[in-house]
Every structure is written in structure tokens, then in C-alpha cells.
Design a protein around this ligand. Structure first.
Ligand code: AMP
Length: 227
């Protein structure tokens, strides 16, 4: 299946703990199906960098690995969903993270007659997550994701996608904060698996393998969800 056969805008949700591969896989789905990746983490980091009121309120919570208030995140998401490019369909990466956010999303989508095609849970063990997160970095030029062990830069030291040599590591990708982020996931986000199961929208995939293996599993699920 390719972008050409997507006749209606799809709404896909990627669920999973930090380090499960949501961002990497969302980027791949974006390219493959012409969908728009909506990462509330990216939107919040942009708000922090821009020094907006929402960014100022979110900064300390993000640094501590907690969850930013539902109100701030829902407002940011609502504004972004209203932009024209989202009419092509979206992949939600890192949203919803609480039941309040999931219910707000149902209402927002209902307003435009859209619905969720699938909520896909990337299933991983906590033990593997610290290594995955602490080794990762992204290209400052194009956002391509890399990892010290699993996806190192080419020998040239430049991004294989855009040629930039400027790389970024997230401030919250350190061993101490990862513990709090995993705790927040289990306490507040994992219950969404049952929420979407109850709606008949849940799909689970094994995300312990490599990037390409996970992408293959995801492609099968996405195809089924959009047929
Ligand atoms: P992420 O890039 O998805 O790992 O998110 C980075 C941080 O942004 C999280 O640890 C939270 O502090 C915050 N964040 C991102 N998305 C949400 C959300 N949907 N609800 C609450 N906080 C969020």
C-alpha cells in the first residue's frame, strides 16, 4: 500500500513507553503514507524554546520526567490539529498520555467527523529502555534519529539524510529522568491500552526487535487498519 491508496485521512495513535520507538516509526509512517507526525513532545520542546507561557509552565515538569498538565497539552494539540496539513491524516506520537487526553481527542475528532483507525501499542520491556534512550540523538538539520549502538552516524560523521554534522541530544534523555518517565508511563498512560481495547481499536506489536523489524510489523497492522 502507498500514499496513493489512502482515500480517507487516517488517524493512527502510537502508544508505548519512552524509548519504544514511537518517534522513529512515526517518521517512517509519515514518509510512507503521506501522513503528518504529531508529537506533543516536539510541540512542547518548541514551546519551551520559544519561551511561550505554555513552554514556561512545561519546562520544569519535562526536565523532571513528569507529565505536563492535560490542559496545556490538549490546547497545543488542538491548535496543531487545526492546521491545514493535518487534513491529510495524522500519526499521534506521545498523545494521548492520560485518559483525560484520550477523551478530549475523541471529542476533537468527533467535531470534524474523524475517528481513530488504530491505537497501536509498541510492546517492550522496561529493562531495554534505559539503553535505548540514553544512546539516542537526532540530526539538528533534519531531525533524523540516530543511536550510539543501534544506528550510528556514517563514518563521515555527517547525517546520511541531509549532510548536517550538527547533532542534538535531549536534556531529558538521561538515566535519572528515564526512571521518572517510565513511572509516569505505567501510572498514567498504560491504562490507555485497556481504553482502546474497549473501543475495539487496539493493535499490539512486538517492539523489542530492530527498527526495520518493528517497521514491518507496523506496516501489516497499518494496512489492516486502513483497508
Ligand atoms: P516525548 O518527546 O514524547 O518523550 O515527551 C517528552 C516530555 O514532554 C514528556 O516526558 C512529558 O514531560 C512531556 N509530554 C509530551 N507529550 C505529553 C502528553 N501527551 N502529556 C503530558 N506530557 C507530555
Amino acid at each position: 500500500m502507498d500514499a496513493a491508496v489512502l482515500t480517507t485521512p487516517a488517524v493512527l495513535i502510537l502508544l508505548g513507553p519512552p524509548g519504544a520507538g514511537k518517534g522513529t516509526q512515526a517518521r517512517m509512517l509519515e514518509e510512507k503514507y503521506g501522513l503528518v507526525q504529531l508529537s506533543t513532545g516536539d510541540l512542547l520542546r518548541a514551546a519551551v524554546a520559544a519561551g511561550t507561557d505554555a513552554g514556561k509552565a512545561a519546562k520544569a515538569v519535562m526536565e523532571a520526567g513528569g507529565l505536563v498538565s492535560d490542559e496545556i497539552v490538549i490546547n497545543i494539540l488542538r491548535d496543531r490539529l487545526g492546521e491545514a496539513d493535518c487534513a491529510k491524516g495524522v500519526i499521534l506520537d506521545g498523545f494521548p498520555r492520560t485518559t483525560v487526553q484520550a477523551e478530549a481527542l475523541d471529542v476533537l475528532l468527533g467535531e470534524t467527523g474523524q475517528k481513530i483507525n488504530a491505537a497501536i501499542s509498541l510492546e517492550v520491556d522496561d529493562a531495554a529502555m534505559v539503553g535505548r534512550i540514553s544512546g539516542r540523538f537526532t540530526c539538528g538539520g533534519c531531525g533524523e534519529g540516530y543511536h550510539d549502538s543501534f544506528k550510528p552516524l556514517p563514518d563521515t560523521g555527517a547525517c546520511s539524510n541531509c549532510g548536517s554534522t550538527e547533532m542534538k541530544r535531549r536534556a531529558d534523555d538521561n538515566a535519572e529522568t528515564v526512571g521518572s518517565r517510565l513511572e509516569a508511563y505505567h501510572a498514567q498512560t498504560a491504562p490507555l491500552i485497556a481504553y482502546y481495547e474497549g473501543k475495539g481499536a487496539l493493535q499490539k506489536i512486538d517492539a523489542m526487535g530492530g527498527i526495520d523489524e518493528i517497521a514491518q510489523g507496523l506496516a501489516t497492522v497499518v494496512k489492516g487498519a486502513m483497508d
